[in-house]
Structure formats: structure tokens, C-alpha cells
Design a protein. Sequence first.
Length: 165
Amino acid sequence: MKNSLSFRSWFYFRMGWSTYFAFIFAAINTLTVTYYLAIERYPLLTAIFPNFIQYVLIVISIGIPLLIIIGYVHYKRTIAFKSEADVMVESNPYQRRNVVNNTLNIELSLLNLELILKLTKKETLSEEDLKSVTELYEKYLKFNKERKFSDDNDLKYLRENITNS
């Protein structure tokens, strides 16, 4: 962790810059440039936007709702965000590990609940039940011993077991 202080600082700097400073600066710059270099020089546009303050208020009142709709469509109505999320999972071993671990936990929890329900109903566990639990245990034990953050075992598991579901 100590060695990564400079990289963490660089990451925080980029997030602060791109998320806050550059965004606000770009918005102010765009409004200023478009008004003083484009609108101010054309009488037709000057009639619609008589001064800079009115231009800013009109653009903000139209632009913010429009950008909210565009953002909503991006996340909820197109496959663009799903593709971005897929890339993040494929490229980030920690996120990939979390997805795989959660999937394994759910699968194991469902199996445990199934067995608990059988035992609660005073049913005995069949040889098939024991065999499936043993096979699953051995499969996940082997998988857990072989996987590392530096290899693609989690990604392979994702592709074989999760993305096709």
C-alpha cells in the first residue's frame, strides 16, 4: 500500500479534475465561447438571447433536463452502460472476484437452504444429495486454490457460468 501512494494520489487527482473541475470549467467555457463568438455576432440569435445572463439561464433550463434524459437513456435504455460494466468487470480483477464470489455464495446458500428444508421436514439426505454437495465442495475448493488476482480464472468462470445465464 505504501508504494501505491503516488498512484492513489494520481487517481484522486484525476477523479477530482475530471468529475468536478474540468466539468464546471468546460461548461463555463462553452457558454462563454458560444455566446461571445457565435450568438453575439448574429442579430437573429441576439434577438433570442439578448444578453449573456439570459443565454445562460435558457441554456441551463433546456440543457439540464435534456442531459438528465440523455443520461437516463444511457443507463436504462441502451446497451452502452451494460457494455461499460462488462469492460469494468473484465478489466478489474477485484470487481471480477466480487461478482464471482457473490455468485458462488448465492449458489451455496440455495443449496444449503434446500438441504435444511429437507432436514426440517425430517427427510433424510439421499446419496445423490451428499454426492452433489461433495462434488460442489471439491469443485469450489479446487477453484479457490487455483485462482489468483493475476490470472484469468475468475474471468473464465464469469464467461462460462454467469454471462450465459
